[in-house]
Design a protein around this ligand. Sequence first.
Ligand SMILES: [Zn+2]
Length: 215
Amino acid sequence: MSVFDIRAAFEYARECVAAEQAALRYGIELNRGHRARCPFHDGKDFNLSFHGGGYRCFVCGVSGDSVGFTRLLFGYQKPIEALKRLNNDFGLGLDLEAGKPEAEHHTTLKQIKQIRRNAAERDLPEAVRRILWEYSLDLDWVQRNLAPKTPEDEPADVWVYALQNLSYAEYILDSFDNMTPENKLIFAIKKKEMITEYENVSRLIDGLRRRKNAA
Ligand SMILES: [Zn+2]
């Protein structure tokens, strides 16, 4: 399974399993208003709300999708562990063991040598690492700071985007860190479009943060 199939796997899990279903499955008690006592700040009141497949706590600010919920609940280090858990517990039928994310490329050794001769591209992996890292941090900031203030509020588009992309972003960052230098370079070149998208999203979130801090 390639990196992009993994992205589809995260999406599939989110579509199949709402955060509320995961909560129920893992023993969280819900009231009739689809609310629960938040296990993340050990809340006494029903401040954890489930809506639109996601969850958010109006006291401690955690929010996310079913993968994020499962990850936090079980204290998993990596989003992929939460994905595997949901895959097993909900019988999603995803084949997550089939391949290594960095293994799928067809760049020849000769091409790599050519790339390496170019000084600008030698610095690419480091630059890409920074973009992936900032993108994850930015989405995390959005999840914590731009969640709707009350359950009745319409969620902001950027918050929904963060909800849909944070687990995958963290997965990609972790995968990237575990790639060989050659594969990092190949990733940087082949995923140029995705990396540019991440850069643009980070820039947008940076603007939101500045505006929020100034307010
Ligand atoms: Zn909470």
